[in-house]
Design a protein around this ligand. Sequence first.
Ligand code: ADP
Ligand code: MG
Length: 498
Amino acid sequence: MSLSQKAESIASEFVFSDDDVRKCSKQFIFELDKGLKSVVPTVCQIPTYVTKVARGTEKGVSLAVDLGGTNLRVCSVELNGDTTLTAKHAKKVIPPGIMTAATGAELFHLIAHEIDQFLQLHHRDALEKLRQSKDVLPLGFTFSYPAYQTSINSGILLRWTKGFVIPDVVNKDVCQLLQVAIDEFNLPVEVTALVNDALGALMFRTYTLPLSQTRTSVGAIFGTGTNGVYLEKLSNITKSLGNHDDSTGEMFISCEWGSFDNGLLVQPNTTYDVKVDQISMNPGNQMFEKRVSGMFQGELLRVVLNELYADPDAGLFRGVQWNDPAQGEGPAPFFTPWAIDTSLLSMAAADNAQELPALSKALVETLRISADHVSADDVRAVKTIADAIGKRAARLAGMAIASVLIKGGRMTVDRNLLPVTGIVENPSDVEGVDIAVDGSVVELYPGFERYMREAWSVIDDIGPAGERMIKMGIAKDGSSIGAAIIALIAQMDVRHIQ
Ligand code: ADP
Ligand code: MG
């Protein structure tokens, strides 16, 4: 078999067919339902204690700190009460040592330090005023790891995911740990909400849409990790809930869908998936995330290419010198776990020119090899495999979103409202369905939305007509801004009650 035939054959292992989409979605809905009844299923359906979307009329200033899997972001938001806002941001890459710090105190000290620096830089005057008036700024903590909430401002960490492993934080209330660290800096800041990033994205989008047009009921993240939230009827949540507002009869639920089908009953599973799982921090867990999110797609590509390279008949990168001194210091990225970023897959998907010049250049730079050893066939093989991994991820992502839309009862709208042609010029004119998404993968991978839409249209309860009714908006940086919005609303609610 030639290199291109071998690459095609591997790519075919990543095909996630229409039948697979339908089968997976059925199981997904089953697990969502199970999670509403019991606290220990794989999709653990965490109640968020947020029971309504933002109206767009909220006014005030608040903060958020967002601990993602790659970045730590701090932001302040001033809501103008008319769907507009002003936000200030700071972002830093989480130092790798922090993800595996000996104690949680180190992590929370770093976060509080970043908040302190941010306030000194952007809000020095406001800090003084708050101290004099003995008032506090509300802060939303965007914490994108499974934490079981019993109220809006507390959450017990169930387990770390993505690259984090700091054992002494597990089973502790992460809001309290953050508050203690903030208090050590003597800051007039109160953690009023624990928010996962998907809910943050959704709240941001709902604030910016006029209430009359807001039909957003699903938020989803495709970044380092993946997760989704959706609006569920309180009457369907039969496991125990702490004190909550029941005036709307609904509550946002965080699915924690990264751990969907950990038992691999219905998910695609190649030998490459098995290898990536084995070298991950949490083998056997987050099996859906390991097929979909940014942390794992680049690694999947690396593992496949390593196997191809080890096959002398394939002839990938023939004659390459991995330790070419001209290519810089350190171990060869090709043999280093996690050294290939998912952005390389985006590069592959974006390059549709005959000779793949952009991908070719990106490969040489990423792998630190000489361009002389990268043939046209090599680059074509990389593209074939990268595209297959990216397409499977996006179709799985689409399957997850479709499933929560169906579970939340959003796809039972009257199809007769659609124009006869079935083409909706302006989705907000009809009873549409709206979702908010955030994260580098969905934002930057070319075709991610198109592949998700393909998956939606083959699911019976959605179909092509339903697919056209779904509007998706990227809530850029929404996971932080939305958390600040939730924190402000939570503070207003508490003050209203007092
Ligand atoms: P976080 O998860 O910390 O909130 P992001 O949403 O920015 O951060 O997601 C970071 C993840 O996105 C990383 O796993 C990275 O590999 C991936 N990523 C970054 N750039 C791109 C890109 N251009 N295309 C696809 N994935 C990307
Ligand atoms: Mg994020």
